[in-house]
Design a protein around this ligand. Structure first.
Ligand SMILES: [Zn+2]
Length: 252
């Protein structure tokens, strides 16, 4: 692919970076990511990835916009209430960057449809709000050897982890949480609350880690979990070991 004059201008601040350059920017424009959930995390993730030129972005979310979403789901406005999240988000993102090809899925990600939906994307970003979906994405990425960049927020805290399943040593979500918690469909933000800015902090880190994985630059977060305490402003990066008796060892 050849850049147009406008593209060179649009991405000039990234192209100037030695670790990105023309080659890296082309790589971004030729990459594809699926964002699961366009909520508190998916909003900043999708805005940043569209703006900086990830070429193909899929967004899956089954929900419609509610007034209680607006304190943190910054891609939506008051006049979007009741509209479909996935397509409304895509309409906004198209205005941010017309270079990007978008695909919206107004449905719940399930065991039955995950292969069909996710097969066309290189990397999966988890911005979901429940454990059933998190485990589903983990198991899919493990089996298809895709990179998973996952984030979670609750109250004033958040966490980020990356699994690169093309690497044999990569742990998985089940190494960290062996069994699906009781009530896996519960959205913790609804019951425990969350400060809106945590979505921005964690979502932006997820977008940053996604770019690093696509370009193969910097230190991968794979094998670690980053835990952020927003009140004390403490960042802890904890080693996450692969458990020898985990499901991920049987499924390699
Ligand atoms: Zn595992």
């Amino acid at each position: 692919m050849k850049f147009t004059k406008k593209q060179i201008e649009r991405y000039s601040r990234q192209i100037i970076l030695k670790k990105i350059g023309v080659v890296g920017q082309k790589k971004l424009l030729q990459s594809s990511v699926l964002i699961v959930g366009v909520g508190g995390l998916g909003s900043p993730i999708s805005i940043y990835l569209a703006a900086l030129g990830v070429g193909k972005i899929g967004i899956i979310d089954k929900d419609n916009i509610e007034i209680s979403n607006l304190s943190r789901q910054i891609i939506f406005s008051t006049n979007d209430i009741k509209k479909i999240k996935s397509s409304t988000a895509v309409n906004k993102l198209k205005k941010i960057n017309p270079d990007v090809q978008f695909k919206s899925f107004n449905k719940k990600l399930t065991k039955k449809n995950i292969n069909q939906i996710a097969k066309n994307f290189d990397l999966i970003i988890d911005g979901s709000d429940n454990f059933r979906t998190r485990f589903l994405i983990n198991d899919y990425c493990l089996q298809s050897k895709k990179i998973l960049v996952s984030g979670a927020i609750s109250k004033f805290d958040g966490q980020v982890y990356t699994f690169n399943f093309s690497k044999k040593k990569s742990p998985c979500l089940r190494c960290f949480i062996p069994n699906m918690p009781i009530n896996p469909d519960i959205d913790n933000c609804e019951y425990e609350g969350v400060l809106g800015t945590l979505g921005g902090i964690i979502g932006s880190i997820q977008a940053n880690e996604t770019i690093k994985e696509i370009l193969g630059i910097g230190d991968s977060l794979c094998g670690y979990i980053l835990i952020i305490d927003g009140l004390k402003l403490k960042f802890r990066k904890i080693k996450l070991n692969k458990r020898s008796d985990c499901y991920c060892n049987e499924n390699k």
